[in-house]
Each structure stands twice: as structure tokens, then as C-alpha cells.
Design a protein around this ligand. Structure first.
Ligand SMILES: NC(=O)c1ccc[n+]([C@@H]2O[C@H](COP(=O)([O-])OP(=O)(O)OC[C@H]3O[C@@H](n4cnc5c(N)ncnc54)[C@H](O)[C@@H]3O)[C@@H](O)[C@H]2O)c1
Length: 331
């Protein structure tokens, strides 16, 4: 589906983190709907380097871009010489998605270097090019807060803190360029498989069930609720942000919290599986968000955003892809 009324044909669109989950979905959105747009994907891509938690340092994967016809640049946003590779292009829009997207990373320096300091260099690039900047913020900025409205942030991990610092930094550019932060809640959908352990629980539970295993949930999962948002609605928000009436940060979710238990129940219904679940203690107790629910009033008002997918039809739409992943990547 096409969103908004901007014609992106003949425009140059830079997507940082474009080999990752959200960035690659955006790249294909433009390729499909605006064949004359020049789309540049800039991503660090994965290598063997891992954080102390054992997870890979960057998750970009070429398979997310199979069929992509645009330009691919391998580069690190924290390296000024890599950012310089972008100077030769007349960029109209920057969708900044490159980040350390792993909530369990505790290395504070690399998190701030990547998520905050590098963002400043990209904002300066946007000013030089007079480009619009649409960047990814995150619901983890709310942390321990129980009010999910801009201004009520209480991050409880360095990832959430880094995203809040991006939002603060963005304010310095409000009077220079169009700059919109999108505060995503829990995103799920196509092209997230290569995030591994950091992929959404919709995919992880789906694969556990297809493998014939019991779904592994944290104890009390019927009461742990999040705002789960389907990738299509994230794309909608990004496109509509290009027409935003006001610079600022906007929540992107469904506006309704649902439990992890409901995800498993819906998946079991879709797969016609009747199997007991397993409940395990939550190892992240101290830095865990037990409830999130996006207040999307301003997003509706200033971005004309209207979520099209609730958990039921989001999961229903995603299920054939979960089965494909199981068949082609796992079986
Ligand atoms: N998926 C979610 O539920 C969710 C929720 C809230 C916010 N976000 C944000 O959305 C954005 C995209 O997330 P995603 O889920 O697609 O994650 P992802 O890890 O799939 O994508 C991030 C991409 O950035 C790249 N990258 C990492 N460090 C880089 C660096 N130094 N230089 C260049 N590229 C680098 C990675 O290789 C990867 O391809 C991130 O900013 C993330 O914080 C995601």
C-alpha cells in the first residue's frame, strides 16, 4: 500500500541501517512504489565481532536486500571517513535507522558513540544537503514510566537513554531542517529473522512452535503487556513523517497494549497447535518494561498516522512469512 502524497520519484533517499529489519523494508517500499527514486543503503553489515552478551555487534545482512536494485555502501556511521562517502550525493531524504538495536547491550561508550554522536554527524549532513531527516527513536526511552507520552521518559537501560539523547540533540536542528523522530514500540514483521535473539517475540515464539517445541514465556506473561506494532504501520509512519506538520518526536504503536501470552495463543490458533507452554524466570527483571502502550494522539494529529494492524491481523498477515523462514532457513 502507498502512503501519503509525496512523489519520491527522482529523489535521492539515504537509508542508514538499510540492511537491517526496518531499513530494508523501507528500501523495498521505495523500490516498489517509486521506481525512479535513487535509494542508497548505508550499513555496517555483520562481521564476527560480538558484544560481551555474546550477540553480534551489527546485524545487517545481505539477504534482507536480495532483489534490491539501488546503491549499497558498506560503512560505519561512527567513522567520519565513511560518512564522507555520502557527500557526492544530492540527498533529499535521510531515514536514519542504523543503531545498536540490542536492548541487552551494556557497553555504554559504544552505545553513545553509535546512537548519539554519529547521529550529530548525520544531522549536519542533512543540513548541508537540505535533506529531511526521519530518525528512529524507541519506546525504551519510557523505561520505568507508566505514562507513554513525550516528556514522561524514564529510561532504565543505556539503549533507552541513548535514544532519548538523540531526541534531545534533534531539537538543535528543529529550526534548520525537517527533522522527525519516530518512537517505535515493539515492531514485528518481514525481514527481522537476521536479528537472531533480538528479533520480535512474535517470530521467536512462531519458530519455537513450528519446530515442535513448547513456547517459552517469562513467568506472568499474561500480565506483561506491550504495544506490538506491525512493520507496515512503521513504514506508514516513516512516509507520513516526510509531510509532518511539526518537527518533533512521535510515538508509533497501535495505541493498545497486548500480552506476550496473547501472542502465543494467537500463533497456536493460526498453526492449529494445541501444546502446553513453558514458563521461565525473567533474567532481565531490573531493566524490564512490564507495560508499554503508545499514546498516538499527536502522531494521528500531526502525521496523519492511523495504524491499520492490530495484533490479530498483524500476526495473520505475518504467519506465511514465519512458515517460509522455518522452511527455508531452519528446517
Ligand atoms: N525493531 C524494533 O522493535 C525497534 C523498536 C524501536 C526502535 N527501533 C529502532 O529502529 C532502528 C532499526 O532497528 P531494526 O529493528 O531494523 O534493527 P537492525 O539491527 O535490524 O537494524 C539496524 C542496522 O544498523 C546497522 N548498524 C549498526 N551499527 C552501525 C554502524 N555503526 N554503522 C552503520 N550501520 C550500523 C546494522 O548492521 C543493522 O543493519 C534502530 O535505530 C532501532 O533502535 C527498532
Amino acid at each position: 500500500m502507498k502512503y501519503g502524497n509525496i512523489d519520491f520519484n527522482n529523489k535521492t533517499i539515504l537509508i542508514t541501517g538499510g540492511a537491517g529489519f526496518i531499513g530494508s523494508n523501507l528500501a523495498f517500499y521505495f523500490q516498489k512504489n517509486f521506481p525512479d527514486a535513487k535509494v542508497i543503503v548505508f550499513d555496517k553489515f555483520r562481521n564476527e565481532e560480538t558484544f560481551s552478551n555474546g550477540n553480534l555487534k551489527s546485524l545487517g545482512h545481505f539477504k534482507n536486500l536480495l532483489g534490491f536494485k539501488g546503491i549499497v555502501i558498506s560503512g560505519d556511521i561512527t567513522k567520519k571517513e565513511d560518512i564522507e562517502k555520502l557527500e557526492e550525493y544530492n540527498i533529499d531524504y535521510i531515514f536514519h535507522k542504523a543503531a545498536i538495536s540490542d536492548t541487552t547491550v551494556s557497553d555504554q561508550k559504544i552505545m553513545i558513540d553509535t546512537n548519539v554522536n554519529a547521529f550529530k554527524d548525520l544531522c549536519d549532513l542533512a543540513v548541508r544537503k537540505n535533506a529531511s531527516m526521519i530518525y528512529a527513536s524507541f519506546a525504551a526511552t519510557y523505561g520505568n514510566s507508566n505514562i507513554f507520552k513525550i516528556g514522561y521518559e524514564r529510561p532504565n537501560n543505556v539503549y533507552g537513554f541513548s535514544k532519548l539523547m538523540m531526541d534531545n540533540l534533534a531539537k538543535e536542528y528543529y529550526d534548520k531542517i525537517r527533522i522527525v523522530g519516530l518512537r517505535y514500540f515493539n515492531v514485528y514483521g518481514k525481514r527481522e529473522y537476521f536479528k537472531g535473539k533480538t528479533a520480535s517475540m512474535v517470530l521467536q515464539f512462531g519458530l519455537q512452535l513450528l519446530k515442535g517445541e513448547r513456547a517459552r514465556l517469562f513467568e506472568g506473561s499474561d500480565k506483561i503487556k506491550r504495544d506490538f506494532v506491525y512493520i507496515e504501520d512503521i513504514i506508514q509512519a516513516n512516509i507520513k513523517a516526510c509531510n509532518s506538520q511539526k518537527n518533533g518526536v512521535y510515538n508509533v504503536g497501535t495505541g493498545i497494549a497486548r500480552s506476550f501470552q496473547e501472542i502465543v495463543d494467537l500463533l497456536k490458533k493460526e498453526f492449529s497447535i494445541k501444546r502446553e507452554d513453558v514458563y521461565i524466570p525473567n533474567p532481565y527483571k531490573k531493566q524490564y518494561q512490564y507495560f508499554t502502550e503508545a499514546d498516538i494522539e499527536d502522531t494521528k494529529k500531526y502525521l496523519d498516522y492511523n495504524p491499520r494492524f492490530n495484533l490479530e491481523n498483524g500476526i495473520k498477515t505475518y504467519v506465511p512469512e514465519i512458515i517460509r523462514i522455518y522452511e527455508e532457513e531452519i528446517k
